[in-house]
Design a protein around this ligand. Sequence first.
Ligand code: BES
Ligand code: ZN
Ligand code: ZN
Length: 465
Amino acid sequence: MTAKFADEGAAVPLRLVPADGVEAATAVLPPVAAAWAGAHGFAGKAGERLVLPGEDGNPALALIGTGDAASRARTRFAAGAAIAALPKGRYAIEDWPQDRAEAEEIGLGYLFARYRFDTYRKQSEPGAELVAPPDADMAARLARIATSEYLTRRLIDTPAADMGPDALEQAARDLADAYGAGIEVTTGEELLEANLPMIHAVGRAAATPPRLIELTWTGAADGPTLTLVGKGVCFDTGGLNLKPGASMALMKKDMGGAANVLGLARSIMDAGLKVRLRVLIPAVENSVSGSSFRPGDILTARNGMTVEINNTDAEGRLVLADALSLAVETPPDLLVSMATLTGAARVAVGPDIAPFLTDDEALAASLATAGRQVADPVWRLPFHTPYEPMIEPGIADLDNAPKGGMAGAITAALFLRRFTADHPSYLHFDIFAWSQSNAPGRPKGGLGQGGRALLEALPEVLWKT
Ligand code: BES
Ligand code: ZN
Ligand code: ZN
């Protein structure tokens, strides 16, 4: 499914009306239309929508409320999503906001709201179509970002029975084919020969063999190097430390990190960014069988560190550890991991904000600014080195599940950092990757988080521009 704006052509004009602009907006309307707006109590609230009839009774003008600063601060994408919910027809915004962030939020809100997950049940067709903004570059960028978001959402929304490690591999292959990228996959017992022992240990109990997916793409032979690592746990039962039913229910989304890095990779390749891109996805199912890894087992990671398993449900950091070790054997300029790694991250910042950790101050600053620019809220958590002892249990180098659960998102990230060979520009996102209820532009289901902020920050981060 691709996201797109409508072509130019006969369209109902659409006026954006802020809460304090209702009087001015109605004053210029023909009396019938002004009366109609008054009778409907149109107040320019964020996301309010009203179609005004012309003399022949057909739609003559659409009003979309953009609210006031306070209400805009409370909700993202309200105006754009309201456009998508207008009656069937084509609409054209008369005056796109001059401010880039405002205009993009409207365009993205519209495109995001048109996402439908219709694999298993036909969904309502999006009826309203919005003519592209006059800035063709902006229109193309927004369509690109939204199509990548659709990919991310679809991968997450697809249940584990149809999105196992094999299907995730196929999705990566399809993406590689579409953009002429290279792809290599190491599967099952090959993981042991390739020295990826923890990916094997976590995934070996499942019916579908574990694998490491590697996608490579060159936008410019001398470009900066970027490696994205995504947690691809296609279903997380918790393993022998089985999750209770309520906690397991949503665990098809535990490949949300992989879905996010694939979406980001799509945007990078589609935009033709002059980078050398490498994507690593450990794809496994954390399952239960006679071959499950066990609490108390001590695993030896790719980089030689030993890890005491204190909870088989802390599996994401194990598969990521091997992928990160491999990543830094060819150190990229920027190393990123994205993962639905801990419940603690969600407790800390809730489902709406993507927490990130990095020791690179400039990168952190760029990301924070970029997140605001593109309405992709991110917030920094500290790589608090004094917590290192919490991941050091005694009889192995590391503990995968510190007792007590204090600072769970930080200790998980510190664990990952141990496998990055002190890479100076390592960035880790601990995302939720899920919209819990229908919100503007974010229907209940899979969700991209952090990737848009990172895409926006990339030029500054990689080229210091
Ligand atoms: N996939 C989960 C983390 C998760 C849970 C993310 C719910 C988003 C929502 C992860 O594998 C996990 O279970 N982590 C444990 C770690 C603990 C055992 C140290 C957690 O966070 O409880
Ligand atoms: Zn788990
Ligand atoms: Zn998990």
